[in-house]
Write a protein that binds this ligand. Sequence first.
Ligand code: URA
Length: 280
Amino acid sequence: MRRWATGPVTTPPDDAAPASERLQKVLARAGFGSRRACEELIAAGRVQVDGQVAVLGDRVDPMSAAIAVDGVAVASRPGLVHYVCNKPRGVVTTAHDPQGRPTVMGLVPPEPRVFPVGRLDLDTEGLLLLTNDGDLAQLLTHPRHGVEKTYLAEVEGVPSPAALRRLREGVDLDDGPTAPARAALVQAAAGDRTTSAVEITIHEGRNRQVRRMCDAIGHPVQRLVRTRIGPLHDARLAPGEWRTLEPREVRALYEAADAAAAPTPPGAAGSRAGRSESGG
Ligand code: URA
């Protein structure tokens, strides 16, 4: 069982935060329900602190304690922020662009300082997480965790059932075959319309993966929008808008990363280990 990953947290500790808090209060803030409900979780033996089963009355330092519920890590530090934004086309997913193009950092509040989780191409739109939660970022971008991401691709022409099957079963790219994916035609070109819409869900994060998959089946992408990251979706967020994630959404992302981290035997064919997460 994983379960505690450490990673860089760029925000300094909140000096005003109390050194120790009741465990149920920390759990409630992290989205596990009311304090009463959290007391029940503790009493049921489902909460661990630094690897030990917690008991009612325990106090923790949320800045340093490794808290888990049912073995899944909990984001407990008070200074953590988690944003989701709808990245517009033409915005780069880096903290700074030497060419002076707009970056995703300009879409969210400057303080506390956050960083993007994974990457979307300059021309790709859609959901992008930004956070100072190094643990979550590391889990979501680590190839072993392979959280699913869904894209709506507007492609040239109408992919045949055989072409869609290739997307699902894996296409040969220059950096190796793609893992099984989901792909469905959601709107076919018709009349004056020369493009179709294909929904594609992948759990790898290779560079320009969806575009290259569509090129490989002969249907180049005209427009690409990420519509889902694991359990997270938000069709109401307009391009350029952002919002703070609900604690339950943060928890669901931790759980999704945890569930996706099925152990893969070393050296197994199709192993996800060792692949780079550059797209997303
Ligand atoms: N796949 C792509 O081709 N581009 C992205 O930005 C993300 C996934």
